[in-house]
Ligand binder design. Structure first.
Ligand code: ATP
Ligand code: MG
Length: 410
């Protein structure tokens, strides 16, 4: 018998811990699910017994929809569900109870055993976990677990274990259906997209910054992206790779994402002859942050995000990080600051951006003069900023910026 999977069950993560704000987060999560699954054959989305149930109108879409749900932040686990109509259960159950014999629960046990066989893998032990949303169901949760567990034990020859079993078979009793599911796929947890507000992400073509963006998206940030290119115009800069990176990140976003492309020429024109070579890199980074903050303000962003990792390169020493933006009012989030390259690379692969990140690209940072200072002082950077009129460079760079809207094509 083929198992139909017209419902997907999903558990949510930290939202469960939210006190009075819980309903706000929940509403956001459900809206994001609807937006993220736009175009898919989705029916109702119910919130039952600490779970979301996403009803599908086409069982064949189950795997694809489960894959998309895994990319919706706020969800922790996703599992396709087998729904058994109560009409296939209730009459037989009443008969058994009236005859005063153990309930057979024929359909439930049949489905539970099939799912166990499908998902048991290397499992040595199992348990049945039952929740009863319909309190009128004539068996209570421990009784259901006992009878279904007995059938699995007998037919699949798997011993039951109440604490820390290898496999959990879930049974959820609703008014019209009884749901059976196992084989959870892990989602990424975090908070629903948009629940923490917006931030402007400094996105280079490298490995680090897309990971930084993703980690903040997972904390509920809705990102705007800013990328600085060298060359006379966007066509010459060949920014396809940057668009590809945003495209992959957009798979985790319920709404299209904006990418702002900013020329670095206005910085170079003003810094030349004013900023000493060894300060070029830190001053350029200051220019990037000032542009990002100004553009961010116009786009309702309340923070900046950067892919710095302490000590990774000369411009990311503790002194330089502290000196670059003494006058910036916006907080800068640096989620990679304590990670090493191996950890960052592992995330990059998990997220799906790694193969794009390693495509060769002439990032403007790699074109800056080598051997930057390691211990810049804020007051020197402020002096150079005045001498080159960095605000004027920011103004011209933003005036020549271009915006691209990147859709989730998933
Ligand atoms: P990545 O850090 O993304 O792997 P990278 O290591 O080449 O690229 P770094 O020189 O380490 O870049 O720059 C540190 C951070 O500065 C980046 O993570 C990014 O947030 C920002 N940044 C660097 N270059 C650019 C750029 N061209 N446009 C926007 N932001 C940039
Ligand atoms: Mg880096």
């Amino acid at each position: 018998m083929a198992l139909a999977t017209p419902i997907i069950a999903a558990t949510y993560a930290e939202i469960a811990l939210k006190g009075r704000n819980r309903s706000v987060f929940m509403r956001k999560l459900i809206n994001n699910i609807r937006a993220g699954l736009k175009g898919e054959p989705i029916g109702k989305v119910l919130h039952v017994e600490s779970r979301l149930l996403i009803y599908l109108e086409d069982a064949d879409a189950a795997e694809r929809v489960a894959g998309k749900l895994r990319k919706i932040f706020g969800l922790q686990w996703v599992s396709p569900v087998v729904a058994i109509p109560r009409t296939e259960i209730d009459d037989e159950l009443m008969e058994d109870l009236e005859a005063d014999r153990d309930p057979r629960l024929t359909r439930v046990c049949q489905v539970a055993c099939e799912l166990t066989e499908q998902h048991r893998g290397q499992a040595q032990t199992f348990k049945v976990a039952t929740r009863r949303s319909d309190r009128a169901f004539p068996l209570n949760s421990p009784e259901i677990s006992r009878f279904v567990g007995g059938a699995i034990h007998q037919r699949c020859h798997l011993p039951g274990k109440m604490t820390d079993p290898d496999l959990i078979v879930n049974v959820l009793v609703l008014k019209n259906d009884l749901l059976v599911f196992t084989g959870k796929q892990r989602a990424f947890g975090g908070l629903p997209s948009g629940s923490s507000g917006r931030a402007m992400v400094l996105l280079s073509g490298g490995i680090d910054s897309p990971v930084a963006a993703w980690l903040m998206m997972r904390r509920g940030i809705r990102p705007e992206f800013i990328h600085f290119y060298s060359g006379r115009n966007v066509a010459e800069a060949d920014v396809d790779k940057i668009i590809d990176l945003v495209q992959t990140l957009a798979e985790y976003s319920p709404v299209p994402l904006n990418l702002h492309l900013i020329p670095v020429v206005p910085f170079e024109m003003r810094s030349i002859g004013v900023v000493p070579d060894n300060f070029d890199m830190v001053m350029f980074r200051r220019f990037m942050f000032l542009c990002a903050a100004r553009l961010g303000k116009h786009n309702s962003c309340r923070a900046l995000v950067s892919g710095d990792s302490l000590g990774q390169v000369a411009s990311q020493t503790i002194r330089n990080l502290g000196a670059i933006t003494p006058d910036l009012e916006m907080p800068i989030f640096r989620p990679l600051i304590g990670m090493d390259k191996m950890e960052i690379t592992a995330w990059s692969k998990t997220i799906g951006v790694f193969k794009t990140s390693i495509i060769p690209y002439r990032d403007c940072c790699s074109l800056r003069s080598p051997k930057p200072v390691l211990n810049a002082r804020a007051k020197d950077l402020l002096r150079f900023s005045e001498e080159m009129d960095i605000q004027e460079a920011v103004f011209h760079a933003l005036k020549d910026s271009e915006k691209i809207v990147v859709e989730n094509k998933g």
